[in-house]
Design a protein around this ligand. Structure first.
Ligand code: NAI
Length: 710
């Protein structure tokens, strides 16, 4: 056998899985065959009383089923067959007639956990890398090798739904608390303890398991109780997904069928749901996103072999809202030595205070030990006279959004840093080349556009000018990744990628408001489309003043096509900046956002009426962004459709189930996109004039992706 080694120890068959040539164990068809072989041995050899399944990999038990096999599925029948094969194999862990123990060190996910669930006993290590979970929902499918059956039976329906519906993992300690594992041991003693447990089980020992308690019994042990739990779960799912994601509802159905009609019926329902979901668009798009982010992790954004340089020390100029966030993440995620430059000690204090508060939060939540917390606090420091800047390898500038101020800073940086230090700007609207024009060596200059709040937002746009060197690009990308960001490399055009596609969409929302649309309706429309928040709430969060500034820049660069509405400026003039000063489109009570502030319409200069129809609102908002994405893609603002879609999903929460704006246009088909844009142009003007590339796609029957389906 290639992936599995067996040996017997004291009448216990120790089965070690170590898939050759792979960093993690996956359940491939080859591995399935080998496990079948193990079961044959176990069944036929009477001297063997029990088995232990353990991994030969350092920090991985089993990462899951082989995703490539799943992606290759083309028909409902083949999908159902694949699942049934998996189910039959995993059933044997339960039905072999001899106890099987899962000895888990490292990640135990998907099919790996489903196998462990069918074992008689589970032991996990207290290694911080040990985690157990069922991530299937994240790629639009459900756990279909018994996960929806055995998990609720083991840990209760509510705890199981928590794990299945969020597609999340739990650490070993939590797994023990939930009853998902029976024992917790040090990695060094895992095998010995597992063999001992296997022998005890073979001798008739029945391990004690946590009881559900009275509330648990009422809610989960009775069918009216369960009906209540499932109804509540469905309601929560629908609230969250607005019906755009079918997998969570399918999972609830599979769990509920299994509990009311038995394991066999539950497994059959899992297989049916899996086949339909696996063939559907939503799952295909989520898998594409998964592959795209995986590929981006290996892409340095440059052609050829460029080795990224090391960044040990980071300089941050401006310890305001963004600078402080960037410095905090740099210390936390990359362990960088962070030096803030500010105009006063007061402001340094604010920046350092922000970082320390974040570190403390993690200490409190026990994500950091006291020792780690002290080391982290030592990593951040500040200066008002650039001292220490000769040591830094990269500087990220985050001062006021003003070209002159930024150019001054970059000129000073040339003097204060070593010659090979990278000079990056976090500007959101100024072109990097304009900043770079102030320095003698523009090849050192690059954009690193973070999104706020830096601690939470996953995207980083790295902006390269025609002069930025490949080495500088590769180092900045690699460093962004160390900060835990998904990084896309974009061209130095106004608005870069994310703000570029956002701009016409936000303007369109303003126009709809002018025409009498209701604020709630605009937001509701886009939340139903799948965005996390609608355009008005987004503007409220970003700040109306920031929005006005950005839209002014875009108007200057692209002309009337991007002309903003006058109403937002009027709101800013009236002191309405949004959430940051508790006054904008919404009312606030003790810092909490309440409903719409009706007085806003008058200042804005509109009269709320029945306004444009819901369908018109949706089309105008959606297609303004789609067309801009096509235009920007045509100008090669992004290096590929993949980068564009990932940027939109991670930067503004473009609905993942649609796969991103470019993928969505491929799904709709270029002819349909042209049809809608032509009608919008006829009714609302030139700003909806379709991008040339979409027209060309109609003629050549092509799309943004080479293969529109894959
Ligand atoms: P902020 O006003 O909170 O911070 C700016 C800081 O820079 C202030 O603390 C100020 O004292 C300091 N500063 C100004 N001139 C300086 C100089 N010559 N030397 C040292 N420090 C100086 O502004 P915020 O929001 O942090 O924005 C900073 C940059 O980040 C801007 O370019 C902005 O466009 C960009 N950005 C902002 C985002 C946001 O959501 N606020 C998102 C992405 C980028």
């Amino acid at each position: 056998m290639a992936a599995i080694q067996i040996r017997s120890v004291d009448e216990v068959l120790v089965v070690t899985l170590d898939l050759p040539g792979e960093p993690v164990n996956k359940i491939t068809s080859g591995v399935r065959d080998e496990i079948e072989e193990v079961f044959r041995t176990l069944r036929s050899d009477n001297s063997l009383k029990a088995a232990v399944f353990i991994s030969g990999k350092k920090d991985n038990f089993i990462a899951g089923a082989d995703i490539e096999e799943f992606v290759a599925l083309r028909t409902l029948e083949s999908a159902r067959r694949l699942v049934q094969t998996g189910q039959q194999l995993i059933n044997q862990f339960e039905n072999i007639g001899k106890p099987v123990v899962a000895a888990i060190n490292g990640a135990c996910l998907g099919g790996g956990l489903e196998s462990a669930l069918a074992c008689s006993y589970r032991i996990a290590t207290n290694n911080p890398k040990t985690s157990l979970g069922l991530p299937e929902i994240q790629i639009g499918i459900i756990p279909a090798a018994g996960g929806c059956q055995r998990l609720p039976r083991l840990i209760g329906v509510r705890a199981a739904l928590d794990i299945i519906l969020a597609g999340k993992s739990v650490d070993a300690k939590k797994a023990r608390r939930l009853g998902l594992v029976d024992d917790l041991v040090h990695p060094a003693e895992l095998e010995t303890v597992a063999i001992k447990a296997a022998k005890k089980l073979a001798g008739g020992w029945k391990p004690k398991r946590k009881s559900a308690g009275l509330v648990g019994f009422v809610l989960e042990g009775t069918s009216p109780g369960r009906r209540l739990v499932f109804a509540l779960a469905r309601k929560q799912v629908l609230k969250k997904t607005r019906g755009n994601y079918p997998a969570p509802l399918a999972a609830i159905d599979a769990v509920s069928t299994g509990l009311s009609d038995g394991l066999k019926a539950g497994l059959a329902r899992e297989a049916d749901h899996f086949a339909i979901l696996a063939m559907g668009d939503v799952s295909r798009h989520l898998v594409q996103i998964f592959f795209a982010t995986t590929a981006l992790k290996k892409d340095l954004g440059v052609e050829g072999d460029v080795v990224p340089g090391k960044v040990n020390a980071l300089g941050v100029v401006g310890a305001g809202f963004m600078g402080a966030g960037i410095g905090t993440v740099a210390a936390l995620k990359a362990g960088s030595d962070v030096r803030f430059q500010e105009s006063s000690w007061d402001r340094i204090g604010t920046g350092l205070g922000h970082a320390r508060a974040e570190f403390r939060k993690r200490l409190k939540r026990r994500r950091l030990s006291k020792h780690e917390h002290r080391d982290l606090s030592d990593l951040v420091s500040g200066t008002t006279d650039w001292s220490g800047f000769k040591r830094v390898d990269l500087v990220i500038e985050a001062v006021f959004e003003d070209l002159k101020v930024k150019q001054e800073v970059f000129k000073t940086l040339e003097e204060k840093t070593k010659a090979d230090c990278i000079l990056a700007s976090n500007t959101s609207t100024i072109q990097i080349a304009e900043i770079a024009s102030a320095v003698a060596n523009p090849e050192r200059v690059i954009g690193m556009h973070f999104f706020s709040p830096v601690e939470k937002m996953p995207l980083l746009e790295v902006i390269v000018t025609q002069q930025t060197s490949a080495q500088v690009t590769a180092t900045s990308v690699a460093y962004g990744r160390r900060l835990g960001k998904t990084v896309i490399v974009v061209k130095d055009r106004p608005g870069f990628w994310v703000n570029r596609i956002l701009s016409p969409y936000m303007n369109e929302a303003g126009k709809l408001l002018e025409e009498g649309a209701l604020i709630e309706d605009l937001d509701q429309s886009m939340v139903e489309f799948g965005f996390p928040v609608g355009p008005i709430t987004l503007l409220e969060e970003v700040g109306l003043d920031v929005g006005v500034k950005a839209s002014g820049v875009m108007h200057g660069a692209f002309g009337d096509r991007m002309k903003p509405v006058a109403g937002i400026q009027k709101l800013v003039d009236a002191g309405r900046l949004g959430r940051k000063n508790g006054k904008g489109f919404f009312l606030y009570e003790k810092g909490k956002k309440k409903g719409v502030d009706e007085s806003v319409y008058e200042i804005f200069g509109s009269r709320p009426s029945t306004g444009p129809s819901a369908e018109e609102v949706r089309e105008r908002l959606v297609f303004s962004m789609l067309n801009e994405a096509a235009l920007a893609h045509q100008e090669s603002v992004v290096r590929s459709a993949r980068d564009g879609d990932i940027g939109a999903i991670f930067g503004i929460g473009y609905p993942p189930f649609l796969g991103g704006p470019l993928r969505y246009m491929d799904t709709l088909g270029a002819s349909r996109v042209i049809e809608v844009l032509t009608a919008l142009e006829a009714n609302h003007g030139e700003r909806f004039k379709a991008a040339l590339c979409i027209k060309e796609q109609v003629e050549s029957d092509s799309g943004f992706y080479e293969n529109k389906k894959d």
